[in-house]
Design a protein around this ligand. Sequence first.
Ligand code: ZN
Length: 170
Amino acid sequence: MGKGRARAIVLYGEPVLHAPCAEVTTFDRELAKLVDDMMASMRAADGVGLAANQIGVPLRVFVYDCPDAEGEQHTGHIVNPVLKVPGRRPATTKDTEGCLSVPGPHTEFRRAATATVTGLDVEGNPLTVRGTGYFARCLQHELDHLDGVVYVDLLSTRRRRKILDEAGLE
Ligand code: ZN
């Protein structure tokens, strides 16, 4: 920890946030450096999660440092993550959500109450991450980023405009 370099966070409206990211195919030192820089960028910005395209790199990687429903802190990264939401109509919870790419405002909305993500670690080893509470929300939020979706895109036009206006974005 602490070996990465914090990079600037890309804001809503930049094309890299609004297109799907590419699968990682090379597990080399450059990827390890990207993960270190993402961790440093998330910490510098006081975030609980960060997707690679939020620092301008369109690859399917995210990092997290987030508490779950029991208050346990989860810190790590996942490469090429795939989300498994339990069942077709999963239990949902309403909670407050914000985004480093839409700085300032937070809003309440529903997401699945638990989430399981499978993927790889930075060396290419299989990895499964299970989340409850706020960590489940974080996993879904970061997965959305990798598909080019920012949380405000999931809200009504009226609510989205209000939040973007509050953040000073268009
Ligand atoms: Zn975000």
